[in-house]
Design a protein around this ligand. Structure first.
Ligand SMILES: NC(=O)c1ccc[n+]([C@@H]2O[C@H](COP(=O)([O-])OP(=O)(O)OC[C@H]3O[C@@H](n4cnc5c(N)ncnc54)[C@H](OP(=O)(O)O)[C@@H]3O)[C@@H](O)[C@H]2O)c1
Length: 332
């Protein structure tokens, strides 16, 4: 079989696989694993949270909920004006800061981290939420495939740059947290090619998304396990927020065509936001064992065998450090 036919078959397989997984989860989330409310304290005053992508979708809803719980929030987003409008920023004064961040540009991630640090406030939680899904293959100015760059590499760099601050804010009883908003699509990352992480040889939008989400799971598990040798002051969690009706599905034809059906069957953005609030604040997660696990509907569940493999986690970790020229994570 020639290479062209092989590429077409693989692309179709990834599409089919992701649609089957997505449909199974829509069914699961609507029938036997219905939405669970976050179990968090009613007043979280004194907790400072940094979140990426709080201007739309799940992130926006999570920020609204966290503000209501009295957390202080720093939002990183591409359009400060859009976020300020969506969040009614004038109402919150000191409680809300919105700063420019474009995860597709390493220079922007660095400048965002600097601005966060210059606020001088302790950082108790970093929520790596912003993300993109599918679309044609594009490269960032730094030469990275854009889904991997936005969903994983930008967040890996941000976590590295803020890690010292998180460690300083965390305690043994109440460690700081990094929450990576991954997806059930991480199962599709099981075909990740470590030799071609930027998909230069063959590009399937579905697989590139799956790779980026698998990378977030592996990053979370590896970094969390690295803390296990000492008393951890930072815990690292990954989660799937549900199959949620947001703008993320811009490139999914059936959601565009059958909007009413998607509205009927998918979770709402506020429900998705609840899963981020739970991961950021639920007290029981402070000491939870998260090896090979992530949160689905706010409960710890096993992740794919591929992402649970320590060998795969190590390979991804080393590749990420190499791409970003990081000698020692958390130290600049
Ligand atoms: N919706 C679902 O069913 C679902 C399922 C599993 C996982 N997730 C994950 O949940 C997260 C949030 O998704 P969503 O459904 O809320 O999607 P969404 O409504 O499309 O929102 C995506 C957010 O990410 C931001 N963003 C995108 N590219 C960015 C960049 N280069 N730099 C900074 N911010 C950027 C967007 O900001 P702009 O306004 O500037 O574009 C927006 O705030 C994503 O990581 C997604 O993979 C979603």
């Amino acid at each position: 079989m020639n290479c062209f036919k092989m590429d077409c078959l693989l692309t179709l397989w990834y599409k089919f696989y992701l649609n089957v997984v997505g449909a199974t989860y829509i069914f699961k989330e609507q029938i036997w694993d219905r939405h669970r409310k976050p179990s968090v304290p009613a007043n979280c005053e004194g907790t400072n949270i940094v979140i990426t992508g709080g201007s739309r979708g799940i992130g926006l809803e999570a920020v609204k909920k966290l503000l209501n719980l009295k957390c202080r929030i720093i939002v990183g987003c591409r359009s400060v004006d859009q976020a300020a409008k969506a969040l009614n920023a004038k109402e919150y004064n000191e409680q809300l800061t919105i700063l420019p961040l474009d995860l597709m540009k390493l220079s922007s991630v660095r400048s965002f981290a600097e601005q966060v640090k210059s606020t001088g406030i302790p950082i108790h939680c970093l929520i790596n939420n912003a993300g993109i899904m599918f679309g044609p293959r594009k490269e960032t100015e730094d030469g990275f495939e854009c889904q991997l760059a936005t969903n994983h590499i930008g967040h890996f760099l941000l976590s590295h740059l803020l890690f010292n601050n998180l460690e300083a804010a965390g305690t043994a009883e109440k460690p700081a947290r990094i929450v990576n908003v991954s997806s059930i699509a991480h199962y599709l990352g099981s075909w990740m090619d470590f030799q071609d992480l930027h998909a230069t040889k063959r590009y399937s939008p579905e697989q590139a998304y799956g790779n980026s989400k698998a990378a977030q799971v592996m990053f979370s598990q590896y970094l969390d396990s690295m803390q296990a040798s000492k008393v951890p002051r930072v815990r690292v969690l990954a989660l799937h927020p549900g199959v949620v009706k947001t703008d993320l599905y811009t490139h999914v034809w059936w959601v565009k065509l059958f909007d009413w059906f998607a509205w009927l069957t998918m979770k709402t953005a506020p429900q998705g936001g609840d899963t981020l609030v739970h991961a950021a604040l639920a007290p029981e997660l402070a000491q939870a064992v998260v090896t090979n696990k992530y949160l689905e509907n706010s409960r710890l569940q096993r992740t794919s065998d591929f992402t649970a493999s320590l060998e795969n986690q190590r390979k991804l970790w080393e590749a990420s450090c190499q791409m970003l020229n990081i000698q020692e994570f958390g130290k600049e």
